[in-house]
Design a binder for this molecule. Sequence first.
Ligand SMILES: [Zn+2]
Length: 123
Amino acid sequence: MGRRRKRRKKLLIRRPTMPTVFRCPNCEMEALTVEINKKERNEFGYYKAIIRCGNCGLYAEMWVPPIYQPVDVYHKFLDEFVKGTAKYEIRKEAAAGKAGGEKRLSLEELLEGEEHEMEGEGS
Ligand SMILES: [Zn+2]
């Protein structure tokens, strides 16, 4: 018989938070928002993305290809942040309060935690 074994499903981690709120690499709070401004385009047709943390006041701007989703912008920013090439500033007036991070997660854990396997949905 040609019956195939059931494929093992990968566990999907669903988070209660909105998909456009991410963990800030600077203060490690889930307060980082990514906004893609489709009205502002550069000469390559890239959109301007704004990365902002509501906790520590981190602020960054980045040009991204039109196919980018906020999560892609986040990963790109994280990548540059880790490498030390990210351009950002800390806008203190935008910060709601003190930066208090009791949670300690390494950046590697952060990155891994964000990569969800989408396999096995719907088909
Ligand atoms: Zn922050």
